[in-house]
Design a protein around this ligand. Structure first.
Ligand code: SF4
Length: 319
């Protein structure tokens, strides 16, 4: 059977999926990047290969995410696209005609606006921690509640408490203050979810025309409390796709499938990537005041690629 591989490597998570020719997910992995993208991709691809048990032949592979170039070198990708495109492609496959994508991951959040299937606007927030998965993880552990249960607490709330959500520091100190005042935990958590939604809308959502259908994806979409808070704030029903946590990887796989339709053949190096030794190092170019940090990528000791140079000076010398 033919399969299409998508790999999305971000600073927090590395997601790997394989889809079939109908776009159905055959294998899915959500892994922590843990500052070791090379090893995590190698291990993840190996695991996926083991799960597929030799029954799937990768016809084409795509990468996305902040480490998409590195990932493409590791796996031998046929297509490399930014996260905005990958998320938009995946969301459009789940909800044709989707016009707003809310994406909240471990350490950043974004909004993507589409009209007639084309991305017309987007915004990203990588600065404010409030509303991201890592902030929710922290609050859940501070309250001694498993993160999987966090949303269910919010759903039980009758009167969400107003929590200041302007930034993570304010939100946390206000939550502690409300706990000290004796508010029940369900109302505090529901209030936090509402504060995070307000924070999102006032940051990445600012000035954006939010039109239905709206999709909510990224790891944080697992939180039913936030889904409810978005429904309430937007006065609509946001759709959470079945594979909400790995939509970037699904988008990369769909783009790989599209590339295959135009040109057969793949650069994919196979599932046994663990046997290859990949190394990166970097140096600062002193060619001009940009002082670019140029990354070099080696496979089994051979220099395969360089990137990070804004003017292309070092890319031209790629082996
Ligand atoms: S790579 Fe190019 S742009 Fe970057 S510092 Fe060197 S000369 Fe300047």
């Amino acid at each position: 059977m033919k399969g299409f591989l998508g790999v999305d490597v971000g600073s927090v998570s590395t997601n790997i999926v394989v889809i079939n020719e109908n776009g159905e997910v055959l294998a899915e992995k959500y892994l922590r990047t843990n500052g070791r993208p090379i090893e995590v991709v190698q291990e993840g691809i190996h695991e996926v290969g083991r799960e597929l048990n030799g029954e799937v032949e990768i016809a084409s592979a795509g990468t996305t995410g902040s480490a998409r170039f590195l990932a493409s070198m590791i796996i031998g990708a046929d297509v490399v696209k930014n996260e905005i495109t990958a998320h938009a492609v995946a969301a459009s496959a789940v909800v044709p005609g989707v016009r707003t994508i809310i994406e909240i991951g471990g350490q950043d959040s974004k909004i993507i606006i589409l009209r007639d299937g084309v991305v017309t606007d987007f915004a990203m927030n990588t600065v404010c921690a409030a509303g991201t998965g890592s902030f929710l993880d922290q609050q859940a552990s501070r309250l001694l509640i498993p993160i999987e249960e966090f949303g269910n607490y919010a759903l039980k709330s009758k009167n969400p408490v107003r929590i200041a959500g302007r930034c993570a520091v304010f939100a946390e100190s206000d939550m502690i203050h409300k706990q000290q005042l004796g508010y029940n935990i369900e109302d505090i958590i529901a209030g936090l979810c509402e504060a995070l939604v307000r924070n999102y809308m006032n940051n990445v959502g600012k000035g954006k025309e939010i039109l239905e259908p709206v999709i909510f994806q990224g790891g944080v979409a697992a939180n039913a409390g936030l889904v409810q808070a978005f429904n309430k704030y937007l006065n609509t029903k946001v759709t959470v796709p079945p594979h909400f946590a790995v939509m970037g990887a699904i988008g990369a796989a769909l783009l790989a499938k599209e590339a295959y339709a135009k040109k057969k053949g793949t650069n994919f190096k196979g599932f046994n990537l663990r046997d290859i030794k990949f190394v990166t190092n970097s140096f600062e170019c002193k060619g001009c005041s940009n002082a670019c940090e140029v990354v070099q990528f080696f496979q089994n000791g051979e220099l395969l690629a360089r990137w990070g140079d804004r003017c292309g000076k070092w890319e031209l010398q790629t082996a």
